[in-house]
Design a protein around this ligand. Structure first.
Ligand code: ATP
Length: 234
């Protein structure tokens, strides 16, 4: 479904990604792990069209993404939940959710979509008219995920969704991700919480110093403490 081939990316003069080739099949959860600075966020940002300089190729569902602007990638069904969540101050939970529908205006019934998403996110359902930023960090993360999910993307790229979130919500998030996967949504999950991500994912990809250094089923990586220690230990 998503394929990057020999992807290189730069921040100014700094060459950050070196030939990253990753493929993600429809309906699977892939965990992208590795130390801080390994290039995971840069890989996601490249796929979303948010890096100013990249080379190599990227395709999504047969569409060539390479020189496509970010908003067109979104229209193809790619959604992104960045690490910093970006819940808009002054807006209620409902209004933040409405922002997830802006690009699909006219095609999706707003009221229906919000009702439907609230069923999947009971914590948000109770708080639809509360200002989004007054919720806990974990609830804000749920809101960011709900906002990315509301327009029914085909694939969601998530950057460290479990970071700084209390364990009960992390477990809830895991259940939600499995549910999305069972509905056919594809997930690429960048995570520092390696154990959790591997228990959730079907496959794992490890990056180190801007390169892919290891790929396997997540069960195999979960059992391989040596590789985990070598590439994922903080
Ligand atoms: P982290 O968990 O810390 O986000 P990561 O694996 O996602 O790690 P990236 O954020 O992709 O790593 O960073 C890859 C490299 O690019 C690092 O060396 C980082 O310092 C550098 N980098 C990241 N953002 C910028 C930026 N805005 N300008 C310059 N260099 C950057």
């Amino acid at each position: 479904m998503l394929e990057t081939k020999d992807l290189n990316a730069w921040y100014g003069a700094s060459h950050t990604l070196h030939g990253v080739s990753i493929s993600v099949a429809q309906g699977e959860i892939v965990a992208l792990v590795g130390r801080n600075g390994a290039g995971k966020t840069t890989t996601i940002r490249s796929v979303m069209g948010l890096m100013s300089k990249t080379t190599g190729s990227m395709t999504f569902n047969g569409n060539d993404l390479t020189s496509m602007p970010a908003h067109d990638r979104f229209r193809l069904g790619l959604a992104y939940v960045p690490e910093e969540r970006r819940i808009i101050p002054g807006l209620t939970v409902r209004e933040n959710l409405q922002l997830g529908l802006v690009a699909s205006r006219g095609k999706i019934d707003e009221r229906e979509a919000i009702e439907e998403i609230a069923e999947s996110f009971p914590r948000l359902k109770e708080r639809l008219d509360q200002e989004g930023v007054t919720m806990s960090g974990g609830e804000q993360q749920m809101l960011a995920i709900a906002r990315a999910t509301i327009a029914k993307p085909k694939m969601i790229l998530l950057d460290e969704p479990s970071e700084g979130i209390m364990p009960v919500l992390v477990e809830e998030m895991g259940v939600l991700f499995r549910k999305l996967r069972d509905q056919g949504v594809t997930l690429l999950l960048v995570e520092q919480n390696v154990e959790w991500a591997l228990r959730l994912a079907d496959r794992a990809v490890i990056m180190d110093q801007g390169e892919v250094v290891y790929e396997s089923s997540s069960a195999a990586l979960l059992a391989d403490k040596e590789i985990q220690e070598r590439y994922c230990a903080v």
